[in-house]
Design a protein around this ligand. Structure first.
Ligand SMILES: Nc1ncnc2c1ncn2[C@@H]1O[C@H](COP(=O)(O)OP(=O)(O)OC[C@H]2O[C@H](OP(=O)(O)O)[C@H](O)[C@@H]2O)[C@@H](O)[C@H]1O
Length: 287
């Protein structure tokens, strides 16, 4: 693929980006980042596993408490586990009432439509539990549409368990094509190049989900963590691989049972003066 170094991510909507520090990495490598902002390169084959693990919606055993919180690749996870390092975790003590007014606030724009009919290079965000379950609500739709992204999420939960609360996972586009049944290649389904953003706002799902107050408390640091991942990704990605638009559902407002206006108020207190992402589109289905 030919690179155009004259183009920058600043040409893309929603992203203000200085590409002077950008680098060109081989296309065979996937770039992921840690909470500390380290860039981690992994062979793309890791993200394109042909066999999909079947996950049940049953509770998983929590990972060891000293496991790192948000690395985004298996190689990074292993490296960290071996080194027994613990990345800094964003503070969980933020609330919309205590926070100072942001210098530049994250803009939340609401519209009706199909969240998944987004153009390529869109990041689509939803709220997640730390148990490795995308069993209901919009999470089930994510699992059906992005099965390999689900595998990445479930692996992340297996390795880090409840230490993921207050953090986020950025999953690069790994579901370019969902294979059809064996021997019927014509049934392969094309999937746009979408990034998936997981906000870990509750440890458990279902009846064991965290309280609305704790879910709200996790919402801000989780989103801040995701914005850092986006910034790190875009600072290194080629122009055609940059995240160009960010969409989200009304997180926490369904199965997590937190009124949307409360989550929205928390999100609108996030300072984005040093973030690439200025606007998040909230896309809800037409009635
Ligand atoms: N197909 C669809 N297309 C478009 N929009 C859809 C939709 N389905 C629902 N919505 C809307 O999307 C918003 C969020 O509502 P949700 O209930 O999904 O998510 P939430 O953030 O409250 O809770 C997270 C937990 O729900 C999951 O299920 P499990 O726990 O695994 O069972 C996760 O894994 C977490 O644990 C609401 O505005 C819904 O109207």
């Amino acid at each position: 693929m030919k690179l155009n170094e004259n183009l920058s991510c600043s040409a893309l909507p929603f992203i203000h980006y200085d590409r002077t520090q950008g680098g060109c990495e081989p296309l065979s490598l996937i770039k992921t980042t840690t909470t500390r902002g380290d860039l981690v390169l992994s062979d793309r084959s890791h993200f394109n596993m042909s066999s999909r693990t079947t996950r049940s919606s049953t509770k998983r055993p929590a990972a060891e408490p000293d496991s790192p919180s948000t690395p985004s690749s298996a190689s990074d996870l292993k490296r960290r586990k071996k080194a027994n390092t613990k990345p800094a975790k964003p503070s969980a003590k933020s609330s919309s009432n205590d926070d100072p007014a942001p210098t530049e606030a994250l803009q939340i724009v609401e519209e009706l439509g199909d969240i998944f009919s987004a153009p390529p290079n869109t990041l689509i965000i939803h709220a997640c539990n730390c148990d490795g379950s995308w069993g209901g609500g919009i999470a089930k739709a994510f699992k059906d549409r992005y099965p390999k992204a689900y595998d990445e999420y479930a692996k992340h939960c297996d390795l880090h368990g409840h230490s993921l609360l207050d953090t986020a996972q950025l999953i690069p586009p790994v579901d370019a094509k969902i294979p059809g049944e064996e021997g019927s290649k014509g049934d392969d389904k094309e999937v746009p190049k979408h990034f998936v953003g997981c906000l870990f706002t509750s440890r458990h799902y279902g009846r064991k989900k965290d309280s609305p107050a704790r879910i709200l408390e996790a919402t801000k640091p989780a989103m801040q963590d995701l914005l850092k991942h986006v910034e790190a990704w875009n600072s290194k990605a080629k122009q055609e691989d940059c995240i160009a638009e960010v969409r989200m559902c009304k997180i926490n407002s369904g199965l997590f049972a937190v009124p949307w206006e409360k989550s929205k108020a928390v999100l609108e207190r996030i300072d984005i003066s040093s973030s690439d992402v200025k606007v998040i589109k909230i896309v809800s289905p037409k009635a």
